[in-house]
Design a protein around this ligand. Sequence first.
Ligand code: NAD
Length: 251
Amino acid sequence: MTLENKVALVTGAAKGIGLATARRLAELGSTVVLSDIDRDQGAASAEDLQSQGRDVRFIAADVSNPDDVDNLFKQIENEFGKLDIAFNNAGIEGRLVPIDQATIEDWDQLIGINLSGVFYCMRGEIPLLRAAGGGVIINCSSIAGLVGTAGGGIYCASKHGVIGLTRAVAIDLATEGIRVNAICPGAIETEMVSRVLAERPEQRKVIESMQPIRRLGTPNEIASAVAWLSQDDAALVTGVTLPLDGGWTAQ
Ligand SMILES: NC(=O)c1ccc[n+]([C@@H]2O[C@H](COP(=O)([O-])OP(=O)(O)OC[C@H]3O[C@@H](n4cnc5c(N)ncnc54)[C@H](O)[C@@H]3O)[C@@H](O)[C@H]2O)c1
């Protein structure tokens, strides 16, 4: 597998799934733009990859801010003139509360980042993918985009929305050589899960028991799937929602 001469964007790339994927795409030969709201961690992660000889840059952007997102794509256009691979990964878990206890602010923040953020990024990505003569968008949904999870009403709404957007746009762009897919991670060992488990450590065993493989996934396992979807061997794959969940949603 090679991604030589490709330009890739990964949002939410300062750590976790985004960083593991940025690293993998760069190892496969792609130039990778890491983007994140966290300037310090994002810049540090990019410097770390550069020190390993990878061709990466960091551009700060809050995906829920349309001006930030416009600026991100202006910079990519000015420097590269095209984009081949976009992994719309930035997301938050928000507050896990029953919907009748959720606030308007909870809704606006989660939907703003997890769903509107994907929309803003796709608007910026499509012209640059066209300029490349085709390419691939991979949106990060979740098993919470496929099934309901307790206390996760808004998160589930955002991640179900990402799948709807993915499917519709995949159809729109199919004849232009632009593939659009969604991945649906189960429980993956990142700071996001650590934050959730910090409040309820007893939930680790419950989460492990929900995944038939009886363990959490790793960011590298998500990176492997994104890398495969990114390359031309996956040319027939568009509009799919790919569970990466150790069998959680097979039950
Ligand atoms: N970890 C899991 O178990 C799991 C499961 C299913 C889906 N996901 C999804 O995977 C994606 C990555 O999650 P993770 O586990 O790596 O989380 P993480 O918290 O470890 O990393 C998320 C990254 O996104 C960045 N980010 C947050 N808000 C942003 C914004 N407004 N603009 C730009 N960047 C922003 C953060 O600064 C951070 O670097 C998310 O979309 C998440 O919903 C994670």
